[in-house]
Design a protein around this ligand. Sequence first.
Ligand code: C2E
Ligand code: CA
Ligand code: CA
Length: 569
Amino acid sequence: MKDSDTLPRFVARKRKVLVVDDSDVNRRLIGIIVSREYEVIFAKNGQEALDILQDSPGAVSLILLDLIMPVMDGYAFMERFLGHSGQYGKAPVIVLTANKEAEVESLRRGAVDFIPKPYDFPEVILARIRRSIALEEDTTLIRKNEREPLTMLYSRNFFMEYVRQRDLDDQNTPMDAAVLTLNRFNMIQDIYGPGFVRHLLKAISDEIRRLLPQDHCLASRGEYGSFLLYHPHRSDYDIICNEIARKVRELTGNTRFNIHVGVYENVSKDMDPEQRFEKAALLCYDNKTSYKTGCYFYNMEAHEKEMYNERLILMMDDALKDRQFRVFYQPKYEIQGDSPVLHSAEALVRWFHPELGMISPAAFIPLFEKNGLVLKLDRYVWTEAAKQIKKWYDTFSRKIPVSVNVSRVDIYAPSLEKELLALLSANGLTSDDLLLEITESAYTTDSTQIIETATRLRSLGFRIEMDDFGTGYSSLNMLTSLPIDALKLDMSFIRKMMNSSRDLKLVKLILDIAKFLRIPAIAEGVEEEKQCQALRKMGCELIQGYYFSKPVPPEEFEALIMKETGIPA
Ligand code: C2E
Ligand code: CA
Ligand code: CA
């Protein structure tokens, strides 16, 4: 036996065509033509055909039907067959007839085509059969795949295609691309299991259908508990958001799960639909840590901001080379003595752009933190600051310690310690001269890495100030074990403390925590005398803020040093 004899033979399925005709001759004639490409089965009348179809519904790809037959004629057959697809399956019907009027009537009753008798052109007959089968199969495929079976919303590819078609049909109506996400979907899956999640997704899609009429809204299910909506512009997505959140809470019995909706309003129809929904989804992603149900919008304003940000990113390298970034210094004063004494400074970067003017770090630092550019910028600032400390030392014989901001991203740089040590040695400084500020939220979100890095830095002698304290929600328990040398109270506390006794008590409490940890507290954002006095009374050691000075260029800072040391300006 040859190998090939034992192997299964995979032959593409030959489609079946059912020929229904009472005339032996006609059956034979059409059978010869059709069997060139198809498997042919025969029935002598409508009833026989129905019996065959009922035996294996869906097995027949096409029916060639004579109209005039005994027992059950073609019209009666069509009525039964086309009206009961559940019982007989679906297949296109082509009518065989010599009568013009019958052609029209049979099309009206649901036949897809007709073949005139006599059968003079076998090629034409086969072409018609082929086309009808292909059309039917395409339609079935579309019907099967158009909707996602769980939610019966459009499946993604169809959805995107229908979005494109909607735009072609109507260029003028402003449309919104919205992405609705079930926040913390993974957690819901873990807690409730896949069966419940399916139930939940179905319930959400039912709500979507209820809240957004299908004739206006195209909807599809996205990944990870998200839904895509394409809808004429509206401004009340918060209602939809809240209704769906209510449903989710009702079903989960948990009030902590929430819904985020990202809306790209009045989409640009030049943009590919996939991209529009990416923009909307990004809004949800950017806000995924929010614990509140809410809508986020991308609109012209956001678009312009994005363009502006893009520009900043593109210009950053050249700007560094052109020295458009300048480091300003803001003094910190010690206030517990008889009169305030200049203690140290914080280095704060500014971008002087030839066309855009002075750009605040608040506009570019968070942006550069996202894409890692901040690594380069911070090194530039640290280098400038180290040189500046040396310069002041050379000029005034006095070391002014300067703290620099260390970004969350910097913490992960393997060469961080080496670079900092190199800066010290290049400028003849010690680790007492260059202080490091790390924001509290970095401690709470990347705690393991930060604690490791901070511990190593401290073992090299560096001192670390915890910046923006009070915004990162460290636990008291955590604080006692953290490697830190000073607490910088976030500005928001100082701003509120004179107006509310509760906030004043909170500041007192934070100062007590610092005392308990035996580290100094620095109050930031102090603008008024009375704030300064209150902080002094509560035992705060150091103050930084407009009350003493805004961040100033190094030349102006020198005036502060001279005033302090009694050198006439
Ligand atoms: P930060 O580290 O919390 O810096 C303090 C901010 O408060 C500075 O804003 C400072 O100008 C401002 N400030 C100080 N005193 C007062 C006051 O009395 N009133 C008011 N209203 N504001 C005051 P700035 O310079 O705009 O910097 C914003 C943030 O940008 C900084 O917050 C810091 O997170 C970041 N940043 C600045 N320079 C750098 C840098 O070189 N590297 C990194 N990674 N981040 C930087
Ligand atoms: Ca800082
Ligand atoms: Ca701060």
